[in-house]
Design a protein around this ligand. Structure first.
Ligand SMILES: C[S@@+](CC[C@H](N)C(=O)[O-])C[C@H]1O[C@@H](n2cnc3c(N)ncnc32)[C@H](O)[C@@H]1O
Ligand code: SF4
Length: 489
């Protein structure tokens, strides 16, 4: 990776069609590169020409970078996406040379590389063929292909009816938008809860109303519920009493015998207490998160989490008596942290032995406090971040955690992924379902995203209002969602 300014002078392809694709690809190698399509050089930049020639037979790329010249044959002229794929392939081959760095994900810029594996499996049912396509057509490195294949196999072992789940069942997401404080990196629907918060009652009233509206349709369509996931925000920001009321309300609407899993994210250790854990156990909640993010008190303070490392450990052990699967989230690349902090986090994991660990790479989300005040949050270099992520991967292997879902993020330090790990027997079904987009998920509550998958596999997405006040006033988005459900469920 280099930090010089690069300017790519592109010709032979249409700016509108290809600009975004090439920009996404270059981000894997270098930040801040520019592109121009009018043949103009930029001062103070390394100018490199990319000259494309597209004929009926092949896509060629010539460059003034070391007199580079290369091409790929067009195999299927009727495949509308092939041209874009071949342009990307030629670009990545050249960038790999210029930056002397082999991009592990090749030409893939999307956030769900495992989805491609599922699609190719549907088409070929042949691992050797899929591996060959990923290597030759998509330029993935062996390590990435192995990871995708392993995750794919674990997902199908865990949910053998993954591809037919959508025929008779749906999954449910419940968004609770409150947290004890707002973390500096976070842009989720998460509002700091106040004492006697006047937003709570209208929010809960609307939540109950929405549960009625949504389940009227689900039940009319004769669908059962596979999984329920409470997220947010921090669902355990609710009182034990309210939490119980919400779960009871949902249970009154569904055939519990068919429900395979109920997860309550919890997350913030400072919201967990015995009363809430008793409620969760009473209603068979199988998994919660007790999230450290880091085991360094200075970091926790800097990112705006008001719990301590000691409280994380205390609440983890408290939860052990009630919950079968405990997940712990960590973030690689938090401000002020380097590989010694990751070593410390991993040593703590070794002692605590949670069933699930989710490793996130720090993402600079546009609207977060951290991004708006970047200079106040110094973070490690891309190289150090890669090293830290590698440490987590090696550790997981050593301690028998398997990766079971993976997604790539935009605006991360370097080319990094978020990976969900689990001990065998504790894999979270909902995380697989949401990642692979194989089943309708109906989102209820604040900022809840619904993805309604129709009989042809097309996804109809819609988002509930993010803030509790707009949500509580009922919204056109909720009506739109109900209409989509009526039409496509
Ligand atoms: C929706 S949050 C909810 C979890 C819970 N409220 C908590 O904070 O413990 C899920 C996870 O996403 C991760 N996360 C949130 N914002 C992030 C960011 N900007 N970069 C990397 N990871 C992030 C954190 O690890 C967090 O635990
Ligand atoms: S507690 Fe979780 S959801 Fe709430 S602000 Fe922090 S990261 Fe976001």
């Amino acid at each position: 990776m280099k930090n010089n300014n690069y300017n790519f002078i592109v010709s032979g392809i249409s700016e509108e069609v290809y600009n975004l694709t090439i920009q996404h690809l270059v981000q894997q190698y270098v930040q801040g590169a520019t592109f121009c399509y009018d043949n103009s050089e930029k001062e103070d930049a390394i100018n490199i020409r990319l000259q494309f020639f597209i004929s009926d037979e092949k896509v060629s790329l010539n460059s003034d970078y070391e007199n580079y010249s290369s091409y790929s044959f067009i195999k299927n002229k009727n495949d509308g996406k092939e041209l874009k794929r071949l342009v990307s392939k030629e670009v990545v081959k050249l960038f790999n040379k210029i930056f002397n760095y082999i991009s592990p994900w090749g030409i893939l810029t999307g956030i769900r590389p495992t989805k491609l594996f599922h699609i190719l499996y549907g088409e070929y049912k042949d691992f050797k063929k899929i591996r060959q396509i990923l290597k030759e057509d998509y330029l993935l490195v062996d390590d990435s292909i192995n990871t995708l294949e392993n995750i794919f196999k674990i997902q199908l072992d865990t949910i053998p009816d993954l591809y037919t789940l959508n025929d008779t069942e749906v999954s449910i997401y419940i968004g609770i938008p409150f947290c004890p404080t707002k973390c500096a990196y976070c842009t989720f629907p998460a509002y700091q809860i106040r004492k006697n918060d006047e937003r709570m009652k209208p929010f809960l009233d609307m939540l109950f109303e929405e549960i009625d509206l949504v389940f009227d349709i689900i039940n009319e369509k004769g669908k059962d519920v596979t999984t329920i996931y409470f997220g947010g925000g921090t669902p355990t920001s609710l009182t034990a009493e309210d939490l119980e009321k919400v779960i009871v309300k949902i249970y009154s609407k569904i055939n519990i015998a068919k429900l395979r899993e109920i997860t309550v994210e919890a997350g913030r250790p400072d919201t967990i207490d015995t009363e809430k854990l008793e409620v969760l156990k009473k209603y068979n909640v199988g998994r919660i998160s007790v999230n450290p993010q880091s085991f360094n008190n200075v970091t926790l303070k800097a990112i705006g989490r008001i719990h301590s490392v000691e409280e994380t450990i205390e609440k983890y052990y408290l939860s052990r008596d009630y919950i079968e699967t405990i997940n712990m989230d960590m973030i690689v690349g938090l401000p002020g942290e380097d590989s010694s902090d990751i070593k410390d986090t991993l040593e703590n994991f070794a002692k605590l032995n949670p069933e699930n660990i989710t490793v996130h790479a720090l993402s600079f989300k546009r609207a977060s406090k951290m991004t708006k005040n970047k200079s106040r949050y110094p973070v490690a270099s891309g190289k150090e971040a890669e090293k830290m992520l590698e440490m987590t991967k090696e550790w997981m292997k050593k301690y028998n955690y398997v990766p079971y879902y993976l997604y790539r993020q935009k605006n991360i330090l370097v080319n990094m992924e978020n990976i969900g790990y689990s001990k065998l027997g504790h894999i979270n079904l909902y995380n697989i379902i949401i990642m692979e987009e194989v089943q309708t998920i109906v989102g209820i509550g604040c900022g809840a995203s619904s993805k309604i998958i129709d009989k042809t596999g097309k996804i109809h997405g819609i988002l509930n209002p993010k803030d509790p006040v707009s949500y509580s006033n009922y919204s056109t988005q909720i009506n739109k969602k109900l209409e989509l459900m009526k039409q496509y469920l």
